[in-house]
Design a protein around this ligand. Structure first.
Ligand code: N01
Length: 855
C-alpha cells in the first residue's frame, strides 16, 4: 500500500506545480494521472486548431523566472502540441515523473475517522493512504455524457474534440459533420473545412467569437515582461482576470453612440477576451450596455458572412455577450463563405438522431464519413464527483453537491476534512487565467499544510457557517452580473439534470487572493483544526457584506478619507456634497421642478420629481438623510428618481432646517409644516388630493416617522403610508447593532454620536419628536414599511420600531436587508444588490397610495 503525506489527482498545470511545491516543503507526495503522460487538458484536447484563448506569455508558470528565460513561445496563442511540450519540459526539468503514476484512475476515496487519513482505491485495485488529498483534476476535463441518440449505429468514424486520437485525423476527401459550436468547434471547424470534401455544422446555439489575430509573439509584450517581469506578474496576480489588462472606468451608456462604436472597433482590432469585455466597466452587469456590444459583434458577423440568412443564424441573441465563454477564432465566420460548408440551424430543424449513415434532423437527412462531437464538458464539478468521495459520517460528495456545489473558497468542503480542490467551484478558475489561479491555490494549500505541521495539527475542515457564507457570497456576486441569464456551462445548464447554479467566483483574481490571504491572517477564519496540540474552531464568515457593498467599502478604505466626525460641520457638508457628484445619476423621470414652500420658521426648498406617466399622481413627501446636519432637498437625487420611477408617484423632497444652526425640534417642525402645505396644495402641484405618503432615509426617516405621529395627534393631514429606510427611532445608542457595527460601515457609532450632539440636548433626546420609538402610543399610525440593513448601527432600533408599531396594531412590514450597510440601499445604480429592496420600497409606496382616501 502506498502511504504518503499527500495524494494529488491529475498531472496537468495544477498537479505538476503542486508536486513540485510539496517536495520543496518536505512532504511526501504521489500524483495519480489517468493519461499516460503529463498535460491534463493539453494532453486530451488534441483536436485540430486547439489553442488557449489566453496569450501564452500569460498562460505560463510564473513561479520560476527560469522558465520564462528558457522557453520561447512560437506564437501569441501557442498551439496545443506546444503547450503540451512545455508541460513535458517542466516535468522533465523538475524531475516530476518519478512521483507520478500514469494510466491510473483514482476510483474512490474514503475518509477514515479513526486514523484521520484518506484511503484511496485506484482502478488497478491499488490501495493508497494519505493525510491530505488534493483534486487537481481541472475544470473542463470531464466530457459531457452524450445526450444524442443513435451514435452507436453510425457506421463511419466518430470523434470527440475532448478525446482526440493521438495520431491525428486526416479528413481529406471526407464528408464531415460537426455537432456543436462552442470554443472547441469554433477552433476546429476552419481547419476541418480546409481538408474535408464537404462540411456540415450543426448549431443549436450560436456563440460570439472575436478574432484571435494569432501570429508571432507580440514583441512589445515580450520586452515589457522581460524588462519588468516581477511587476508584470504581480499585476497579473492582483488583476481581475489574472492578466494585466486595462478595464475602462466608464459605463457603455455614459458615452455617445459614436464614441461607443469607436471604442468597440478599437478593441475588436486589438483582440483579447478580457480587454474586449472590459471596453466599458458595466458590460457584464448592465443589460442595456451589454446589448450594444452584442449588436456590434453581430454587425461584424453580418459584414463577414456573404449569405445574409446564414449570417442571421450565426448571430447570437439568446444570452448577453460574455455570459458564455467568449470564443476566439481564426477565420471561423469566413469559413461559412466556402461553397462546401453548410450551417444547419438545430433551433429550426431539431436534431432527431444519429443514423447508420449520418445525422437526421427534422425535415432532412445527412450522410457523413465522419462525425465530430464538440459537445462540451460537465464543467467544474464533473471530474471531482467522478471519483466516489466519501467524507465524515458516510456522506458522499455527490450527495452533498446534489443541489449544486458547496465549498469554502472553492478550496475546501465541510464534511470532507483534509480534502482540497484546485480551482474548484466557488473560485475564479474558469473566469481567469487558469495558470495564475492554479499557482495561487497551490501556494495557499502548501502554506496551509506547512502551518498545520508547524502548529502540530493534522486535520483541517471548514465550518458549515463559513461554507454557507462563502456559497452566499459567490451567489451574491453572480447575481449582480448577467451570468445567470445564460444557459451556459458556467451555470451547469449544458448538462441535463445538473443543478442550475453559478459555479465560478466572479469577484476577480485579485479580490479573491486578498480574501484567501485574509483567511490565513485571521488565523484560518472559518476552519476547525485538530491535532496533537488540541482542537480549535475559528468559526465565522469571511465576507458577510453584499459583494458590491464590499467593493465599495474597499474603494473607500483605499482613499484613506478622514472620518466625518473629525471635521468641522462646514467641511463635512462640503465633503459630502463633493462625494455626491461622483455617483451615478439614477433613472430619468418625467420632470424635475425645484420650488419653495413655507416651513415652520421660513421658506424651505423642495425638489419635485414627476413620473413620466400621465398625471395627476399620488404624492410622497420625502425627507433626506444626513444626520439632521448634512444634506438638502436635492442631496438624495438618485434615490428620489428611483422611488419616483418605481412607485409612479410624485416625490417631493423637502429640505428642513439643519443642526447645529437649528437644533431639535426644527427638523420635525419643518417636516410637519411641509406635509401640511403639500396636502393643502396637492392639486395645484399636479397631485391627487388625499393620496399622500411620507418617506425618508436615516435622519430623514426619523423626521418622516415623527411627522406621522404629529399628523395623527393633530387630526391631519391624512398620511396613507410611511416608508422608513434605516430610520433613527431612538437615542439609545447601546443596542447590539451599535456594538456590532460600531466601525467600518461608513455610518459609525462615533459619527452617529456626532450627529446627535449637534442635533439635540441630551435632555431632549427622549422626547418622541426626537425618538419616535418612545411615543406613549403608536396606535393609529399609517401603515409602514421599515427597511433595516444588517451592518448598520441603526438596525436594531429600526427593527424595534417595527415591532412596536405591530404591537400597537399598526399594519407594518419589516424588510431586513442581508449584507447591506446604512448607505448602500440609496446608492442607486452603484449598489445593484440593493435593487430588490428598492423594488419592494416602490411597491410598498404603490400600495400605500393605491387606496383612495377622502380629503
Ligand atoms: O464546449 P461548449 P467546448 N445537441 O460547451 C453543443 C474551454 N475551451 O468544448 O450551446 C446539439 O462551449 C452546444 O450547444 P448549446 C472554454 O472555456 C477553451 O466548445 O448547448 N448541440 C455547444 O454549441 C470553453 O467554453 C478553448 O445549445 C449540442 C457545444 O455543443 C469550454 O472549454 C478551446 C448538444 C458545446 O460547447 C468548453 O468548450 C476549447 C446536443 N445534444 C475549449 N450538446 C480555448 O482556449 C451540446 N451541444 C480557445
Amino acid at each position: 500500500m502506498v502511504d504518503v503525506d499527500v495524494v494529488v489527482v491529475g498531472a496537468g498545470f495544477a498537479g505538476l506545480y503542486l508536486l513540485h511545491r510539496l517536495r520543496g516543503a518536505g512532504f511526501s507526495a504521489k500524483v495519480f494521472e489517468t493519461g499516460d503522460d503529463v498535460g491534463g487538458t493539453w494532453y486530451w484536447n488534441r483536436y485540430p486548431g486547439a489553442r488557449c484563448d489566453v496569450e501564452s506569455l500569460d498562460y505560463s508558470y510564473t513561479f520560476d523566472p527560469a522558465f520564462d528565460a528558457e522557453w520561447e513561445w512560437s506564437e501569441k496563442y501557442a498551439p496545443q502540441p506546444e503547450i503540451l511540450r512545455y508541460l513535458q519540459h517542466v516535468a522533465d526539468k523538475l524531475d516530476l515523473r518519478r512521483d507520478i503514476k500514469f494510466s491510473t484512475r483514482v476510483d474512490s476515496a474514503v475518509w477514515d475517522e479513526a486514523s484521520s487519513r484518506w484511503r484511496l482505491r485506484t482502478g488497478q485495485g491499488n490501495e493508497v493512504s494519505c493525510g491530505y488529498y488534493v483534486m487537481a483534476t481541472g475544470c473542463l476535463s470531464m466530457p459531457k455524457a452524450l445526450d444524442i441518440d443513435g451514435v452507436e449505429r453510425f457506421g463511419g468514424d466518430v470523434y470527440f474534440t475532448s478525446k482526440w486520437p493521438h495520431e491525428g485525423v486526416d479528413f481529406t476527401g471526407k464528408r464531415v459533420g460537426v455537432i456543436g459550436t462552442g470554443s472547441s468547434a469554433i477552433q476546429s471547424i476552419p481547419i476541418i473545412a480546409e481538408q474535408a470534401a464537404a462540411l456540415t455544422v450543426f448549431q443549436r446555439t450560436p456563440n460570439f467569437s472575436i478574432p484571435a489575430y494569432n501570429g508571432p509573439v507580440p514583441a512589445g509584450k515580450k520586452a515589457a515582461i522581460a524588462s519588468r517581469r516581477a511587476e508584470y506578474r504581480a499585476d497579473a496576480r492582483l488583476s481581475p482576470g489574472g492578466v494585466p489588462a486595462t478595464i475602462s472606468e466608464v459605463g457603455a451608456m455614459q458615452v455617445s453612440e459614436a464614441e461607443r462604436i469607436a471604442r468597440y472597433e478599437a478593441a475588436w482590432q486589438k483582440g483579447g477576451i478580457i480587454e474586449f469585455l472590459g471596453t466599458f466597466n458595466d458590460l457584464i452587469a448592465n443589460a442595456e450596455s451589454n446589448e450594444t456590444l452584442c449588436e456590434f459583434v453581430r454587425s461584424k458577423i453580418r459584414a463577414v458572412v456573404d449569405d445574409p440568412a446564414t449570417a442571421e443564424v450565426l448571430c447570437p441573441s439568446s444570452f448577453p455577450i460574455g455570459t458564455k465563454r467568449l470564443c476566439v477564432d481564426t477565420n471561423y465566420y469566413q469559413t461559412y463563405n466556402r461553397p462546401h460548408v453548410r450551417l444547419v440551424d438545430l433551433r429550426k430543424h431539431p436534431l432527431a438522431t444519429i443514423t447508420e449513415t449520418g445525422v437526421d434532423v427534422v425535415g432532412e437527412s445527412f450522410d457523413f464519413d465522419a462525425i465530430v462531437f464538440a459537445t462540451g464538458f460537465d464543467a467544474m464539478t464533473g471530474a471531482i464527483v467522478a471519483v466516489d468521495i466519501t467524507g465524515r459520517n458516510g456522506l458522499t460528495l455527490k450527495d452533498k453537491w446534489s443541489e449544486g456545489p458547496k465549498t469554502y473558497l472553492g478550496l475546501t468542503i465541510a464534511g470532507f476534512p483534509n480534502l482540497f480542490t484546485i480551482t474548484g467551484p466557488g473560485s475564479p478558475s474558469v473566469l481567469s487565467n487558469m495558470v495564475v489561479s492554479i499557482e495561487q491555490h497551490v501556494n495557499w494549500i502548501v502554506g496551509c499544510l506547512e502551518d498545520m505541521r508547524r502548529d502540530g495539527l493534522a486535520v483541517i475542515e471548514p465550518t458549515e457557517t463559513a461554507e454557507a457564507g462563502w456559497v452566499q457570497h459567490v451567489n451574491d456576486f453572480g447575481d449582480i452580473t448577467l451570468f445567470p441569464r445564460a444557459n451556459s456551462w458556467y451555470m451547469g445548464a449544458n448538462v441535463p439534470g445538473k443543478p442550475r447554479v453559478f459555479l465560478p467566483y466572479v469577484g476577480g483574481v485579485g479580490t479573491y487572493r486578498t480574501i484567501c490571504d485574509e483567511v490565513v491572517a485571521r488565523d484560518y477564519l472559518g476552519f476547525a483544526v485538530a491535532g496533537s496540540s488540541g482542537t480549535r474552531v475559528n468559526d465565522g464568515v469571511i465576507r458577510p457584506v453584499q459583494a458590491d457593498v464590499g467593493i465599495m467599502l474597499e474603494l473607500i478604505a483605499g482613499l484613506g478619507l478622514p472620518a466625518l466626525e473629525t471635521m468641522s460641520v462646514d467641511d463635512a457638508r462640503a465633503f459630502s456634497t463633493s462625494m455626491a457628484t461622483q455617483r451615478p445619476p439614477g433613472p430619468d423621470v418625467g420632470e424635475i421642478v425645484d420650488g419653495v414652500l413655507p416651513g415652520a420658521a421660513g421658506d424651505l426648498d423642495y425638489r419635485l420629481y414627476r413620473p413620466a406617466s400621465a398625471g395627476p399622481h399620488p404624492i410622497v413627501v420625502y425627507f433626506h438623510g444626513g444626520g439632521w446636519v448634512l444634506g438638502s432637498h436635492d442631496s438624495d437625487d438618485p434615490f428620489c428618481r428611483d422611488l419616483c420611477v418605481r412607485s409612479d408617484a410624485m416625490i417631493i423632497s423637502v429640505n428642513y432646517r439643519h443642526a447645529p444652526e437649528a437644533r431639535f425640534p426644527a427638523a420635525p417642525d419643518d417636516g410637519f409644516a411641509a406635509v401640511q402645505w403639500i396636502a393643502a396644495n396637492a392639486a395645484s402641484l399636479g397631485g391627487v388630493p388625499g393620496k399622500l405618503a411620507v418617506a425618508g432615509w436615516s435622519a430623514g426617516a426619523n423626521v418622516a416617522a415623527v411627522v406621522c405621529q404629529l399628523a395623527r395627534d393633530a387630526g391631519g393631514p391624512t398620511i396613507t403610508g410611511q416608508l422608513l429606510v434605516t430610520p433613527v427611532t431612538d437615542s439609545d445608542l447601546s443596542r447590539r447593532s451599535y456594538v456590532d457595527n460600531a466601525d467600518g460601515y461608513i455610518l459609525t457609532a462615533p459619527l452617529m454620536r456626532w450627529f446627535w450632539d449637534h442635533y439635540a440636548d441630551p435632555s431632549d433626546r427622549a422626547d418622541p419628536k426626537a425618538s419616535p420609538l418612545r411615543a406613549t402610543s403608536l396606535a393609529d399610525l399609517p401603515p409602514a414599511l421599515i427597511v433595516t440593513c444588517e451592518f448598520d448601527p441603526l438596525r436594531d432600533e429600526g427593527a424595534a420600531y417595527a415591532d412596536a408599531l405591530a404591537a400597537a396594531g399598526v399594519q407594518v412590514r419589516h424588510l431586513p436587508c442581508r449584507g447591506q450597510i446604512h448607505t448602500s440601499l440609496t446608492a442607486v445604480d452603484a449598489i445593484l444588490s440593493g435593487a430588490a429592496a428598492r423594488a419592494e420600497m416602490g411597491e410598498a409606496l404603490r400600495q400605500f397610495l393605491g387606496a383612495s382616501v377622502p380629503v
